[in-house]
Design a protein around this ligand. Sequence first.
Ligand SMILES: O=C(COP(=O)(O)O)[C@H](O)[C@H](O)COP(=O)(O)O
Length: 325
Amino acid sequence: MENRQPDVDPAVVATADDIAAMRTRGAATIADAAAKALATQAERAETTQPAAFERQLRAAAETLYETRPTAVSLPNALRYVLRGMDGETVTELRATTIARAEEFRAELAQAQQRLGEVGSNRLRDGDVVMTHCHSTDALSCLEAALEDGKEIEAIVKETRPRKQGHITAQQLREWGVPVTLIVDNAARRYLDEADHVLVGADSIAADGSVINKIGTSGLAVNARERGVPVMVAAQTLKLHPDTMTGHTVEIEMRDETEVLADDQRADITGERDDDGLIVENPAFDVTPPRHVDAIVTERGQFPPESIVTLMRELFGETTGEPWEP
Ligand SMILES: O=C(COP(=O)(O)O)[C@H](O)[C@H](O)COP(=O)(O)O
């Protein structure tokens, strides 16, 4: 990523690059990395002027924010850290910002653990869980169930085009969970063997819609038809405050080469200079609340339609750009 903000520390630009290129990915992990990057910016900001310090922190937040548009955990993390930036001198501003970032990261880890315990209560000994993509919140539920001594098996969807299902399979095998890895197209067939669908979320809208990895909505529709409950594991950090005032969540469109490499495109188009072949690569989709049974958060589980009550309690009615004072 080009550093258009001259005062932004190279470490922050590197974090932003990692998020944009998906070397750092998944909503909670992105939020954690962003908070850490703001702490680094605070540590390294070279100025004795409080106003300049604040400007640098806001520029760093903007650089991080511009990486990927869908996971609201990113602006929520930036907003949380910047709201803790307080003091009359650079020394005070630095200390409060770093402390706030550390607090955010600790709370993130705690929330994930608490959420896992709640989600685990929905799982019974011997259950088979179908997963989509790789979600640390969803995995936390499985980890807690295993710690409770429950035997769990998993059917893991590959998750084209980036195959994050492999990361899920790797983690589950490390924990000793029997894993059946399937291509996405086989999900409906294998739903007959599943007791739960368990996914994470990048954002949750005020009406209870769940925005998660592309393919989640189709899976949820099929699960409903098959009578398999759909559980969404999402810390309250995934609640999207702007949706309370009618905004929609932007769905990231990624590069076509993730779907079709240049040589594969050439195989299709041959010698033609073919602009009639269009490849679309949306990274996320929207699952309507009627296809979701429960949203599991660190504050308990909620039917999707009631999530707005929690959002109002947590965010009030006002938001703005994360870097705005
Ligand atoms: O859709 C994805 C990741 O998409 P990508 O790979 O494109 O970032 C995950 O389900 C959510 O981010 C939740 O993850 P977590 O529970 O870890 O926050």
